[in-house]
Design a protein around this ligand. Structure first.
Ligand code: ZN
Length: 381
């Protein structure tokens, strides 16, 4: 693995043929059972005191931003206007064996001991409510089921509509609203049980996927490509120099971006860095940690719906080229409900076979029309 060189002269991918494709959305309403309520009584102790001080000191009324309304907004949007070719399938709970491939036994003991409780689990305001453990096990299991269906050829691609999200969860630490690392559990399952040798994880959430990076930092058989807003933006990791270690050196590919970065920067990162990296790595399964907080409504970065659609087209091209289209999306962040629902919808439309949209700078079409209107008046004989 370490002898391979990234081929920067890689040819651009051919435009995919846009036939109707089977895409399956995996959903299990037990993920709604995770709903920390800041007004409830939490387990007393050091974390409770510190978080209360933090929240009290802000002077703002704070509600847990990662709430059940996020997935409801997506389901409502899909019910309001169906995506042609989209199928629905139930999820399942992950087993402790599946979770134990990426989390330590002591962490799993601790977190399962919080079943039925309200408790802070990290000072960064990550918490559990009485139903959180089951929701988190279902989130990881549903991501895993979505991968199983793709690898077994039951669907061309899949989307796991799950929460709590996962990419900040580390082997021994829940953080960033994440309890278990859903995409990592799914990737490890694909390797352990489904015959996949090399798994490519693409993380386009606006925040760096620190947990996924830590889990696979020295693993030569899992590549993580991660675009995100650069440190000190949360969680503060994801610098260029973090490239993996040991036998896995070169399989962590971080692209930190400034706050104003939008469609053009993201699409360039995907075409100019991810595509040759994937050609080098030759994945037999592609997973996407799909957060929609990179959308301009969520303020962290400046992507649009068309941008998410274009990125989906690039990712789909990679999966078609290397692994017969095997592609699973797993929901991560995204806290503006309109941006989240519209973003998921755009991804599903492209996965189902719609041509990827071409992002255009807002207003250029109107300027062109205005020019056609005005310029004849300025013509000189
Ligand atoms: Zn995020």
């Amino acid at each position: 693995m370490t002898t391979r060189k990234i081929d920067t002269a890689s040819a651009p991918l051919p435009a995919a043929a846009h036939e109707q494709r089977r895409v399956t959305l995996f959903y299990d309403d037990r993920v709604l059972q995770h709903h920390p309520d800041v007004g409830a009584a939490f387990l007393p102790g050091r974390l409770d005191r510190r978080v209360r001080e933090l929240l009290g000191g802000s002077g703002l009324k704070w509600a847990y931003p990662e709430h059940p309304g996020r997935v409801r907004a997506v389901l409502d949007a899909l019910e309001h206007a169906a995506v042609p070719g989209l199928h629905f399938q139930a999820g399942r709970a992950a087993t402790l064996t599946e979770l134990g491939r990426v989390h330590t036994a002591s962490f799993l003991d601790t977190i399962t001991g919080l079943r039925g409780q309200n408790a802070w689990v990290d000072v960064d305001t990550t918490a559990v409510s009485p139903g959180s453990l089951e929701a988190a096990m279902v989130a990881a299991g549903t991501a895993t089921a979505a991968v199983e269906a793709v690898v077994r050829g039951e669907t061309r691609s899949s989307f796991a509509l799950v929460r709590p999200p996962g990419h900040h969860a580390e082997p021994t630490r829940a953080r960033g609203f994440c309890l278990f690392n859903n995409v990592a559990v799914a990737a490890a399952h694909a390797q352990a049980e489904l015959g996949c040798n090399r798994v490519l994880i693409i993380d386009w959430d606006a925040h760096h996927g620190n947990g996924t990076q830590e889990i696979f930092f020295a693993d030569p058989d899992v590549m993580l490509f991660d675009t995100h807003r650069s440190a000190p933006f949360y969680p503060g990791s994801g610098n260029l120099a973090e490239v993996g270690a040991g036998l896995g050196e070169g399989t962590i590919v971080n692209v930190p971006l400034p706050a104003g970065a939008g469609d053009a920067a993201l699409i360039s990162a995907f075409n100019d860095i991810l595509v040759p990296a994937a050609d080098w790595f030759q994945p037999d399964l592609v997973l996407v940690s799909a957060g929609f907080d990179a959308h301009q409504f969520d303020l962290a970065l400046n992507a649009t719906f068309a941008g998410f659609g274009a990125l989906t087209g690039v990712v789909q091209g990679i999966a078609d080229r290397h692994c017969e289209g095997r592609l699973t999306f797993v929901l991560e962040g995204g806290y503006h409900l309109e941006a989240l629902a519209g973003g998921v919808r755009t991804v599903l439309e492209v996965l189902a076979g719609a041509p990827p949209p071409i992002p255009r700078e807002c207003g250029l079409q109107e300027v062109s029309e205005a020019a056609a209107f005005h310029l004849p008046g300025f013509a000189q004989d």
